[in-house]
Design a protein around this ligand. Structure first.
Ligand SMILES: Nc1nc2c(c(=O)[nH]1)N[C@H]1C(S)=C(S)[C@@H](COP(=O)(O)OP(=O)(O)OC[C@H]3O[C@@H](n4cnc5c(=O)[nH]c(N)nc54)[C@H](O)[C@@H]3O)O[C@H]1N2
Ligand SMILES: Nc1nc2c(c(=O)[nH]1)N[C@H]1C(S)=C(S)[C@@H](COP(=O)(O)OP(=O)(O)OC[C@H]3O[C@@H](n4cnc5c(=O)[nH]c(N)nc54)[C@H](O)[C@@H]3O)O[C@H]1N2
Ligand code: SF4
Ligand SMILES: [Mo]
Length: 692
């Protein structure tokens, strides 16, 4: 019997990996029929995914076949900005135009006047940074410091326990106490939440520490609603009580930590009364949390980047990372702390990115979190910007400056994306990118311990080209003849990891390609630091950090106040602390142009406590403006006791041009940087709210 093409027999299932900037890195099963993706499901044989996807990716065919997908290269014909016009050109013409401009700028201004701007819109190892990095290194372009999300917390955490490492999330089902610290897992780390729920069924207590009663906090046994940016004060208060009441593990401290006496001295200054006043919570909350944490084993802290977006963001993660060593929580596989698992992977970064191609001395570095100011003021001036994997006009802080910078007529801007984003509206040349289902990639994760393959399920739509192929072709156009520019995507995947590393023992690229995914060769059910062995300079958990001291930073944990909070003079004029965490149906600005998800999120909203709303005569569902000296944006008021008094919460990140007032929350956020790592301080932002 013959099988007509339209019967299910003509369907194939292709194994993929989710490339979005999300800790879960799900393994996907993509159903293809007649060259079209018709269904996307979570792989059930991949333990972290367990057959479940978030809604965003479960509806992925809508993103792939969205009617606004960019399919051809475009050249701008009108003025830059919203409403701009473009005309279709060929790839040949697009690449020739870019190469000509780059050659001219390099000759006249130096290649450092050209700046790449990218982040994790595609988090695959190839898509995130491989051929593109080689290209910009060889060109001698400015380097980009990719600080927009995690560098502050990562640096504070690394200084304490040695890297982006922690307990294995799979073990958390056996925890008796789980603290979800500044993370809305239900929204942004769904598969961890599944494990935490399992722990709860087995009797664990869950505590959320968050200024808002989020979907996650709602389902926890307890919620501590502290003020944004005060986490390190709370942590020092916990240390104070733990030490005062002899709830610490002296044996673990003596053998596996550095600087306990100095830390005790510091913690002594943070009495529960002082901490309660700083954090805007009660003394009893500090005392009780310390006692719960000090007396329950195993105790796990799942934290994330929500607490690294204020002035003391580095210190916040550093103080939290000290806690498990203090009570010996690391003795148990289901105890300790987890920020990110990405430090477990033997990524061959130098082989992928080839920093050796850079000229000497190395070109200048531009911090992506201050792109607005840098486009207006950097010396020597920025003459060209190549944006990919990111949407800076919508996501970078202090939009007024960002927009002014991007609007510069003398700035040559290229944007490579799947969609005509707010940023693409300022491009001279727009280039079409494929979705991950149209390209090959290899993945690590920052939430679990698997390596994964993403196989292309379909051909690229229109004339879309992956990041790798775009920069391969552009390199050829520029006349770069190094052999590395001829590497295929398959070659790049093979180069992406150090396959000889014991953590990958027995695995090869060929094997991984055949199997789809593999767990790093780390013992299951193990407690990684039960016997110390932290990858710090001393091999211990460093309460006292010589490396921070060398950088002129406080070697001990301390509370660094937000730049803008209720104790700053600015609070007289702008009394509310605005935080702008992710919306459930958006992933940064990705998916925020989907009709389905826009309908679910309705319209930009700002959540206010009833006391704060009534003091301003604001009623639920009424239009309001949120403003400070940097600017203003408009939203619909949601009056709810889910946010604590003194805090305003606006879920993010809306496209500017899809918002009623053509702006978004980054109109009011600041370009000031964190204490460590040069990170952005999105949640360090005082505002006032008024009826519009
Ligand atoms: N659905 C969805 N998932 C996402 C994303 C998304 O946009 N949408 N973004 C992805 C990205 S890029 C990242 S970096 C991760 C982020 O993942 P997380 O860091 O877990 O971020 P959120 O889910 O926003 O959780 C942060 C929580 O911190 C709270 N918060 C804000 N300020 C403070 C503070 O000072 N202290 C404390 N204790 N809490 C605070 C917020 O109210 C929010 O509930 O999520 C990823 N996953
Ligand atoms: N106010 C406020 N601002 C924030 C945050 C916040 O919480 N509040 N969060 C911050 C954080 S944590 C982050 S990580 C940043 C995220 O900011 P961005 O990294 O800019 O993330 P997205 O807005 O999702 O933009 C990613 C873009 O990459 C495109 N893309 C996807 N795949 C590919 C590909 O293969 N090739 C190319 N060329 N393009 C591709 C997508 O279509 C999308 O337009 O935003 C930051 N901004
Ligand atoms: S966005 Fe996160 S939860 Fe959703 S499919 Fe991708 S990795 Fe999984
Ligand atoms: Mo992020």
């Amino acid at each position: 019997m013959t099988t007509p093409a339209s019967t299910p027999a003509a369907r194939t299932i292709v194994r993929g990996a989710c490339p979005h900037d999300c800790p879960d890195t799900c393994a996907l099963e993509v159903t293809v029929s007649d060259g079209r993706v018709i269904k996307v499901a979570g792989a059930s044989d991949h333990p972290p995914t367990a057959g479940v996807l978030c809604t965003k990716v479960a509806f992925y065919p809508e993103r792939i076949y969205h009617r606004d997908r960019l399919l051809y290269p475009l050249r701008r014909v009108g003025a830059k900005g919203p409403g701009v016009s473009f005309e279709r050109i060929s790839w040949d013409e697009a690449l020739a135009t870019i190469a000509e401009r780059f050659h001219r700028i390099a000759a006249e201004d130096g290649a450092e006047a050209i700046v790449p701007y990218s982040y994790a819109g595609n988090s695959g190892l190839l898509g995130y940074g491989s051929m593109d990095r080689r290209f910009f290194h060889r060109l001698g372009a400015a380097q980009l410091d990719r600080t927009i999300c995690s560098t502050a917390g990562a640096m504070g955490y690394r200084a304490t326990i040695g890297g982006s490492i922690g307990f294995d999330a799979e073990n958390v089902v056996d925890s008796r106490l789980i603290i979800l610290w500044g993370t809305n897992s239900v929204v942004s780390n769904l598969h961890f939440w599944r494990l935490a729920q399992e722990a709860k069924r087995r009797g664990a207590r869950l505590i959320a520490i968050d200024p808002c009663r989020t979907a996650t906090a709602d389902k926890c046994d307890q919620h501590i609603a502290l003020l944004p940016g005060t986490d390190s004060a709370l942590t020092l208060g916990l240390m104070h009580v733990l030490i005062r009441d002899a709830l610490v593990d002296h044996d673990y401290i003596a053998r596996h930590t550095l600087g306990f006496d100095a830390l005790s001295e510091r913690a002594r200054q943070y009495s529960p009364a002082r901490v309660a006043a700083i954090c805007g919570i009660s003394e009893a909350e500090v005392e009780n949390l310390a006692h719960d944490y000090g007396t329950t084993r195993p105790a796990a802290i799942r934290t994330n980047y929500g607490i690294n977006r204020t002035a003391g963001g580095g210190m916040a993660l550093r103080t939290v990372a000290c806690l498990p060593a203090l009570i010996g929580a690391w003795r148990h596989p289901a105890g300790g702390v987890l920020l990110s698992t990405s430090g477990n992977y033997p990524v061959a970064t130098a082989a992928l990115e080839r920093p050796d191609l850079m000229p000497s001395p190395a070109p200048r570095t531009i911090n992506m979190s201050t792109i607005g100011g840098d486009l207006l003021q950097a010396q020597p001036p920025i003459k060209a910007l190549f944006v990919y994997n990111s949407n800076p006009v919508a996501i970078a802080p202090q939009s007024a400056e960002v927009v002014r910078g991007f609007a510069r007529e003398d700035l040559f801007t290229v944007v490579h994306d799947l969609f005509q984003t707010d940023t693409a509206d300022y491009a001279d040349i727009v280039l079409p990118a494929p979705s991950h289902m149209e390209q090959l990639d290899i993945h690590k994760s920052y939430g679990h311990l698997f390596v994964q393959v993403n196989r292309p399920a379909i051909d690229p739509l229109g004339e879309a080209l992956p990041n790798t192929e775009l920069f391969r072709r552009l390199a050829r156009r520029m006349g770069f003849t190094e052999a590395c520019f001829a590497d295929s995507d398959d070659d790049l995947c093979r180069q992406a990891f150090d396959w000889d590393d014991p953590r990958l023992s027995g695995l090869s690229w060929e094997q991984l390609k055949a199997d789809g995914h593999a767990r790093l060769n780390l013992p299951r059910g193990a407690a990684p630091f039960a016997d110390g062995g932290f990858p710090t300079p001393s091999g211990k958990c460093e309460f006292y950090s010589q490396s921070l001291a060398r950088e002129g930073l406080d070697p001990l944990p301390d509370f660094i106040a937000p730049r803008e909070w209720r104790q700053s003079p600015l609070a007289a004029e702008f009394p509310l602390a605005l935080i702008t965490p992710p919306a459930r149906n958006f992933l940064n600005t990705s998916f925020a142009n989907s009709p389905r998800f826009l309908a679910q999120e309705r319209s930009p909203a700002v959540h206010l406590h009833p006391a704060d709303a009534s003091a301003r005569g604001i009623v639920d569902a009424s239009p309001v403006r949120i403003f400070n000296r940097r600017g203003e944006f408009h939203a619909r008021a949601v009056v709810t006791d889910r946010v604590r008094p003194g805090v305003a919460m606006a879920t993010s990140i809306w496209w500017r041009k899809l918002s009623p007032d053509g702006r978004n929350c980054n109109q009011v956020t600041s370009q000031a940087l964190t204490d460590m790592g040069g990170g952005a301080t999105f949640y360090d932002c005082l505002v006032e709210v008024a009826s519009a």
